[in-house]
Design a protein around this ligand. Structure first.
Ligand SMILES: NC(=O)c1ccc[n+]([C@@H]2O[C@H](COP(=O)([O-])OP(=O)(O)OC[C@H]3O[C@@H](n4cnc5c(N)ncnc54)[C@H](O)[C@@H]3O)[C@@H](O)[C@H]2O)c1
Length: 384
């Protein structure tokens, strides 16, 4: 098989997981890493085991051995990096959100189409085998008509005022923090599971910690305070939100997000209640799927390739009782993306488990509609 060269821009928390995932495919070379300076690019390349380290993303994009650019920079750089890669005819795997605003995402959708390359967004929870099992079962009518979609995505890593991330700076993270960062995952997953679009939202957003101590040095995601000098800064973006939603089939829903919820580490839960049964997936117990019934006992399906449907089976790589996890789901998506790239042009459509740039654009629109709704005091707002 022809080897494919990948280049990573932004090797902080999530970037190295992109590398781990593609490395497992067996036919991908980790060609280069670009950091924010020559020194950091070189150091990160060495740590990750990439051949070259660059101090600018353009140098990485210009490297002829890089065929696929993975964009794992902070949100404010997403548009510039992805757009530059597309202009050079490179395939792009962008981490979420696709861009900082819906307007930027809209442009990237057009630019990707023009470039004729493979372009994906890492809404990675889709890659879990039980998510695909549930999605397939819902599509086959096994829960009846979806009527209620509810859940939450709660974390606690920004609980204290000494916790800080670029996500809290609108210049770097965008107009939203919790909703854009993790609410985007929830909305994408809810739509993906049900096959239904969110059409209307009513949002209530809160900034629980209106001031925080921002470190003067660099701190990557999920790193806790290491002491050192700080500036006390006002926080203008939300760290908590609750949202009512309506879907295109008339189904209703509700979800809450927050990064200031003690004890919740990466607690993403989506439940779909249908006219016959309910199904619930919880990321922190991702090898189990709860099924709720009225006329018979409720069930918990444990991930086991021999027990899950054909939609989920190809995403399960270990026998029952052998837990699969976050990184495996991430790798599943990379396998799907790279199999399309490896097959060559004209590129076939990405498998449904992979979020497209259109999906990324839609999620930006949902988040912006929630902020608009909240800004007006909580009124039903249509997702444009
Ligand atoms: N899919 C997921 O589950 C998931 C999880 C975490 C983060 N993310 C997304 O990934 C992106 C990165 O998040 P993170 O948590 O890894 O952040 P992070 O702050 O830990 O890492 C960002 C990295 O980008 C580097 N960087 C900054 N400017 C750069 C430049 N000009 N060129 C190259 N590198 C530069 C920083 O030095 C840092 O190493 C965000 O958009 C975030 O939303 C997605």
């Amino acid at each position: 098989m022809t080897r494919i060269g990948m280049g990573l821009v932004g090797a902080g928390f999530v970037g190295p997981h992109h590398v781990d995932a593609v490395r497992r495919l067996g036919y991908v070379d980790i060609v280069a890493v670009a950091g924010s300076t020559e020194t950091s690019g070189r150091q990160k390349a060495e740590t990750i085991g990439a051949r070259r380290g660059y101090g600018s993303y353009q140098a990485l994009i210009d490297d002829p051995d890089v065929h696929v650019v993975h964009n794992a920079t902070p949100n404010h750089l997403h548009y510039a990096v992805t757009s530059a890669a597309l202009r050079k005819g490179k395939h792009v795997v962008s981490d979420k959100p696709l861009a900082m605003t819906a307007a930027e995402s809209r442009q990237l959708v057009d630019e990707a189409k023009q470039a004729g390359v493979v372009a994906a967004v890492t809404f990675n929870y889709r890659g879990n085998p039980l998510v695909q099992h549930a999605r397939t079962a819902i599509a086959r009518g096994e829960i009846g008509t979806p009527r209620l979609v509810c859940g939450h995505y709660l974390q606690d890593w920004l609980l204290h005022d000494t916790d800080y991330s670029w996500r809290l700076d609108p210049e770097k993270g965008g107009a939203s923090s919790a909703l854009g960062d993790i609410g985007s995952h929830w909305c994408d997953l809810a739509q993906h599971l049900t096959g239904l679009k969110i059409t209307h939202v009513l949002g209530d957003v809160t900034t629980a910690l209106p001031t925080r101590k921002r470190p003067r040095g660099v701190r990557e995601a999920f790193q806790t305070s290491g002491g050192g000098e700080v500036d006390v800064v006002d926080i203008r973006v939300e760290d908590l939100a609750s949202v009512l939603i309506r879907f295109e089939n008339g189904a209703k829903g509700t979800f809450s997000v927050g990064q200031v919820c003690p004890g919740h580490k990466n607690d993403l839960v989506v439940e779909v209640c249908g006219s016959k049964s309910s199904v619930r997936w919880r990321q922190e117990h991702q090898n189990e799927l709860w099924w709720g019934h009225r006329e018979r006992a409720n069930e918990v399906l444990q991930k086991d390739p021999s027990l899950i449907n054909d939609g989920g089976r190809r995403y399960a790589h270990l026998p029952g009782g052998h837990q699969e996890a976050w990184a495996d789901a991430f790798c599943n998506l990379m396998r799907d993306v790279y199999s399309v790239i490896a097959a060559g042009p004209p590129y076939r459509a990405l498998p449904p488990a992979v979020a497209t740039f259109e999906d990324g654009y839609r999620t930006n629109r949902i988040v912006e509609a929630i902020l608009e709704s909240a800004g007006q005091g909580g009124v039903w707002t249509e997702v444009p």
